[in-house]
Design a protein around this ligand. Structure first.
Ligand SMILES: NC(=O)c1ccc[n+]([C@@H]2O[C@H](COP(=O)([O-])OP(=O)(O)OC[C@H]3O[C@@H](n4cnc5c(N)ncnc54)[C@H](OP(=O)(O)O)[C@@H]3O)[C@@H](O)[C@H]2O)c1
Length: 247
């Protein structure tokens, strides 16, 4: 087995995924950085990491809603260094789906990235992860438990993601630990999910620590679960500045 552990990070080109990649790389992990559309961000990130340490970061493209592409990704991720020590299911689509307008296409899209792909990547990588005594980390959301108005499909998919974490923790034990992280307000949503200033203020007002978090807060928690938590499995850690303390 390779001296350095290897992590596959889905949606690893930008924002929280890129912060996880950079942080694990600092801790001497090798990385398979998955992306879908953000090819230039992924390439730039991998080039930067490879300048710091040769042959330490590799990119792979796949639409995780496509099962064929998902399978190719799983196989290529294992083949790159001949081992896999962690699967970080970070990729996600997020946008409102008010009941009156929600479509089956939105259902399929939101469930694909937030629930179906984490399940089938776990299935396809379970043998490699058992062999390495590795970890799965699912990035969930505090809104898996606390409903976010007008986002029912996303919230249902993330609720499934939390149960996936718990059921796989039982099924893959004792070889593989499976944990989740539930971010609060970390990086404001973009595009069709973007929030107005007043919506952002209203969220910030409900956070005990009175500020949003940073992608590095999630990255540090990932590193803790991978490197320093050998007796933790089946848990979901909220990283939300105390947001979930409030009604
Ligand atoms: N941002 C927050 O404050 C926050 C709060 C709560 C929970 N979270 C969770 O934390 C994780 C990271 O959040 P984020 O805001 O950094 O995520 P994001 O920017 O919204 O999305 C991450 C990546 O997911 C990829 N993706 C989406 N659908 C995909 C598909 N069908 N196939 C392949 N890739 C797909 C996209 O890759 P490409 O760009 O390459 O297409 C995207 O860059 C997510 O699981 C999110 O639900 C975030």
């Amino acid at each position: 087995m390779n001296a350095r552990p290897v992590a596959l990070i889905t949606g690893g080109a930008r924002r929280i995924g890129a912060a996880i990649a950079a942080h694990l790389h600092q801790q001497d992990w090798n990385l398979v950085i998955h992306y879908r559309r953000s090819g230039s961000d992924a390439t730039t990130l991998a080039e930067r990491l490879n300048q710091q340490r040769t042959n330490s970061a590799f990119t792979l493209q796949a639409d995780l809603a496509n099962m064929g592409e998902l399978s190719v990704l799983a196989q290529a991720a294992c083949a790159q260094w001949g081992q896999l020590n962690a699967l970080i299911n970070n990729a996600s689509s997020f946008y409102p789906t008010p009941l009156s307008q929600a479509s089956e296409q939105q259902w399929d899209d939101l469930f694909a990235s937030n629930l179906k792909a984490p399940f089938f990547l776990s299935q396809q990588l379970s043998q490699a992860l058992r062999a390495s005594r590795g970890c799965i980390i699912n990035i969930a959301d505090i809104h898996a438990e606390r409903p976010l108005k007008n986002h029912s499909i996303y919230c249902m998919a993330k609720a499934g993601n939390v149960m996936l974490t718990k059921t796989l923790a039982r099924e893959l034990a004792p070889e593989v630990r499976v944990n989740g992280i539930a971010p609060g307000a970390i990086a404001w949503p973009e595009d069709e999910a973007a929030l107005s200033d007043s919506e952002q203020h209203s969220i910030l007002n409900k956070i005990a620590l009175e500020r949003s978090g940073e992608p590095e807060d999630i990255a540090r928690t990932v590193a803790f679960l991978l490197n320093d938590a050998p007796y933790i499995t089946g848990q979901i850690i909220a990283v939300d500045g105390g947001r979930s303390l409030q009604q």
